[in-house]
Design a protein around this ligand. Structure first.
Ligand code: PLP
Length: 477
């Protein structure tokens, strides 16, 4: 049998080889009496590295299709058909071929290694343990008896919690909403997934902020949705850029995080909000307003959300308790036109039959209590102090980095003055015991670092930046 490799396709060469041999066995083109070419011979013939052939043969051996006989060569397993009931599935292939893409390896590394002992975590986008309302939760458990029905919940989520969310968004965000327009989700993350999966189709074009949280999500590529990038400056995205993109392509959906944007920390100006809503109406482009940070405004200036300014049902609004209460609760919500909410809730039912009753129960009691307001006021003070600690620590790097000072949220976005490879810098930093998020994970431009000050305290932030400074200074030396 003649082996051939196609160098123009993305599939790794060892995998092409594995598949050819598998197909050769099935079709009978490869005889069980003849040895396969030796690794060296095949590598030479195909002009590839010997290790590529070794990897392919290793995989075929692991799944029982070939056997290596010492001193004699590599053969098709004669017991191949008898093997069928014993064969181990080729999990490696399944893992690589699934249509839902994995996170970038660096994102996985950050998740796995940032909480190692001794590491200072300036990368995880969540609140520090001492900022979570554990004491208030303990009091709720003491004062209330849990007597909910523990069956599958309402398709839109717990009715009581949805009513409380309606009151909450009226009080804090001046939004008039009915409980039937609210869907409880497992965080804002699930809300984004539901929107992509239920409202878009492969080939659609969406516009997202650059940099942004959305940029870091593989969901768009997994689903075959094309992303157009809108640069973010200190006032958010520029409406002129949206219009220019709309003229060139047809934007099916606009994803925006206008308040204390992740990662830049910027707040979109009122003027731009108005113009973006006008453009949305002019071209009929739905806006997904992702708003997990709005309540963290240090000055308590909870500016108007796009949703509250929208007179036309153009905005689908997402929020979450992750950045103001606790990320582990996994409580988020989507607010939008009833028919859209119904469609999304149907998708949600297909995934997991709705949200767990326990976190909804506790979230409802906390959101509906006077303790919530006190907690948020304290959180703002604490976050401002931690932001100040970060800025103070960055003073020692005034020639090496520049940044905008965030007025809310939990992230600070730093431009590193010298040209660097921030992935290498992260490696060096992690060796020094501190993690941050390299800019290229969140946007198209290199040379940036995202520091999250909400996850640490004054002392750990100070020490973390000192370790980062050591890594930065030793970089390239
Ligand atoms: C802008 C933005 N949207 C959504 C999320 C997802 O948050 P969660 O699913 O925890 O609510 C995050 C988390 O960092 C975020 O920053």
């Amino acid at each position: 049998m003649r082996f051939m490799l196609d160098r123009s396709i993305k599939k790794p060469m060892y995998r092409q080889l594995v598949e050819q041999i598998e197909n050769g066995i099935i079709s009978g083109d490869l005889s069980q009496d003849q040895p396969l070419p030796s690794e060296r011979e095949l590598a030479k013939k195909l002009q590839i590295n010997r290790s590529t052939v070794v990897t392919a043969y290793d995989e075929l051996e692991a799944i029982g299709l070939i056997v290596r006989k010492k001193g004699s060569g590599t053969y098709i397993n004669t017991d191949i058909w008898g093997l069928t009931h014993k064969r181990v599935p080729n999990w490696g292939r399944y893992v690589e071929d699934g249509s839902f893409l994995p996170n970038l390896p660096l994102v996985q590394k950050l998740r796995n290694e940032t909480d190692q002992k001794g590491m200072i975590n300036l990368s995880s986008g969540e609140l520090a343990a001492d900022l979570l309302p554990n004491v208030q939760f303990a009091r709720i458990f003491k004062e209330h008896v849990f007597d909910e029905h523990l069956g599958y919940d309402h398709p839109l989520g717990d009715e009581g919690l949805r009513e409380t969310i309606c009151k909450h968004v009226k009080t804090y965000k001046n939004m008039d909403v009915e409980p039937n327009s609210v869907l409880i989700t497992s965080g804002a993350q699930q809300a984004i997934h539901l929107i992509v999966q239920c409202l878009l189709k492969p080939g659609d074009t969406v516009a997202i902020e650059d940099p942004s949280y959305a940029f870091s999500l593989p969901i768009f590529q997994s689903f075959g949705v094309r992303t157009l990038l809108l640069p973010v400056d200190q006032y958010g995205v520029n409406p002129d850029d949206i219009e220019a993109l709309q003229r060139k392509y047809r934007i099916r959906m606009l994803f925006l995080n206008p308040d204390y944007q992740n990662p830049t920390g910027t707040k979109m100006s009122l003027e731009r909000r108005k113009r973006i809503l006008e453009l949305s109406s002019k071209y009929g482009i739905p806006i997904i307003e992702d708003d997990p940070y709005n309540l963290t405004s240090f000055a308590g200036c909870i500016g108007p959300t796009l949703k509250s300014m929208d007179g036309n049902e153009n905005v689908l609004y997402i929020s979450s308790l992750s950045k103001v209460v606790a990320s582990g609760l996994r409580i988020g919500w989507i607010i939008g036109p009833e028919k859209v909410i119904k469609r999304l809730s149907d998708g949600r039912q297909q995934i997991d039959f709705g949200h767990s009753v326990f976190p909804q129960w506790i979230a409802n009691r906390f959101l509906d209590s006077p303790q919530f307001e006190k907690h948020v006021s304290n959180l703002r003070i604490q976050l401002r102090e931690r932001r100040n600690a970060l800025i103070l620590a960055l003073d020692s790097l005034s020639n090496e980095v520049t940044y905008l000072v965030p007025q809310g949220g939990i992230h600070l976005w730093c431009k590193i003055t010298d040209e660097i490879d921030e992935f290498k810098l992260l490696e060096e930093s992690m060796k020094n015991g501190v993690s941050f998020v390299p800019g290229r994970i969140m946007g198209s431009k290199s040379g940036y670092a995202r520091f999250t000050y909400g996850k640490g305290n004054g002392a750990s932030i100070q020490e973390g930046i000192s370790r980062f400074a050591t890594a930065l200074r030793s970089y390239g030396v």
